[in-house]
Ligand binder design. Sequence first.
Ligand SMILES: *Cc1c(COP(=O)(O)O)cnc(C)c1O
Length: 453
Amino acid sequence: MTNQDWIRRDLSVLWHPCTQMKDHEQLPLIPIRRGKGVWLEDFDGRRYLDAISSWWVNIFGHANPRINARITTQLGELEHALLAGFGHAPAIELAERLVDITPAGLTRVFFADNGSAAVEVALKMSFHYWRNRGQTQKTKFISLTNSYHGETLGALAVGDVALYKETYQPLLMPVISVASPDCYAREAGESCADYSRRQFAEMEATLTRHADEACAVIVEPLVQCAGNMRMYDPVYLQLLREACDRHGVHLIADEIAVGFGRTGTLFACEQADIRPDFMCLSKGLTGGYLPLAVVMTTDDIYDAFYADYDTLRAFLHSHSYTGNPLGCAAGLATLDIFAEDDVLGNNRRLAQVMADATADLVDHPHVAEVRQRGMILAIEMVRDKASRAPYDWRERRGLRVYKHALKEGMLLRPLGNVIYFMPPYVITEEQIHQLVRVAREGIDIATRDCTEA
Ligand SMILES: *Cc1c(COP(=O)(O)O)cnc(C)c1O
């Protein structure tokens, strides 16, 4: 079986995620046969360096022997059992270890089976907490512009990426939106910290006005990943934590993309030294192996639900594969790797290599900004450098980078006009240099207009 055979069968039955299927009349689909480390290999034997960690989930490479072994062992014991009325060692152990490594005070772990579901859980829990405490007027959520929290209706409602959201607007609950602290919009000469602090004024005013009706503020700490990898300063999170406490509003940290070492610390909240009321984790939680998610919360939240059954205060929410043992085993193996290897130290070194290798790209005539937070590096292409006027989205410049990278054996998947690296932590220095070379060529090709040729 070759690529062509699989492509024909694929296109006759599959409907791919986040895809205009008609694109595949022009754009070849790539059937993957196997993976190893940073590499994905197709059925014609071509290899692609997975520079975006297969949608930000993979952290220790494909077919990692340590994670494989743990899942294999678990498979011999228990593949799945329900988590209501029953428990099992992998879920209990993983919950204990997550309590140990997340910010102090996050003592309760509620399992879900994907990131969007975790966001739904956090939103419902926050709302339900206030209701159980008699504050039934609290029914709204506050979120940031340019944020992303998943695709299910509640998660989509608190997100703000127009491309995914706009069509479904009539189905979505109204949310209170506050301008993002994203530093791309800062004035020339203004520091990112100053800009994020300045942007906080709107959040403070919104909390003052809406505290009575607001359940929670939901944010992606430090990096708005799906929102074109826009970044902001930790000071915003410090101010937000303090203000949420003062106004009696919960803080939900959606660390689904930024958790597990992506931003330089194990969790992004650590850089602001804050503890949210809810922390959502998924993606890297299983090393990128299996769908699993958790919502971590506090004793205070938990206690508001703990009562006699007939008070009807319980959180009656569930998903079929909640706390799946194979997923939990992958999670435990992932945490073992963090515990045994100096992952964060190694990431600091790799992040520096990425920074050095891309440093001169800011001088490119069609690059407005190169920004980085730990193991996430993003390059923003613009039509006009001085005014930062973006390229028209219909031109699909990022797609040109994608196609060039594929030809060169690299999987880059730009978000609009933003090219980014978010590689597995097992990438080598040499591979980073190859990646940057290909990205640089891709940017040249994508920003070259026929008139300039
Ligand atoms: C990916 C993502 C989600 C949604 O997770 P899924 O598992 O894709 O549903 C939510 N929030 C953030 C910040 C994400 O990056």
